[in-house]
Write a protein of this length. Sequence first.
Length: 181
Amino acid sequence: MIANCISSVQYSFLSMANQGAESNHPEAFDKVISPFIFVLAMDYLSHLITDLEGKGKIGGVKFGPKLNLTHILFADDILIFVEDNEEYISNLKMALLLLESSSGLNINLNKSTIFPINVPVNRANIIAESWGLRKDILPTSYLGMPLGGNLSFLNFWDNILQKIQKKLSSWFSSPKVAESL
């Protein structure tokens, strides 16, 4: 089912790392902001994107009639999934500009990447250039996890299994674990 959703519609998703977020406000003497303020700003952005999706102004990845994935927040990262539609992309840009003007935070586009899925290469290049983004292809790795590969291939999981085995072996070689066994 997921393969049909992804193969029948053109999507782009944007990985935006907010590490070292910059501020436009003159009173910001440092690039470091309170984690609480950052969480509030990301919550605001999340609500902006959700509101746009609810009004049909942006479309994400559809996983059924009632599930439309537009974004995922994790720590200081946001993954944004948007259908390749000029209006949707423009509305996303406006939401990011609204975040910037209301909070003083900029998305660091130097650390952001567009991953086009079923989007023609020339169209993906135009989007990447107009936003000032790098363009990459799937599969890739995000937070140490593979993203966008064939889950049914055993070698897809090799890296994850190696990491788990390494962690388990270090735990079992620990004197405290040996005592409790």
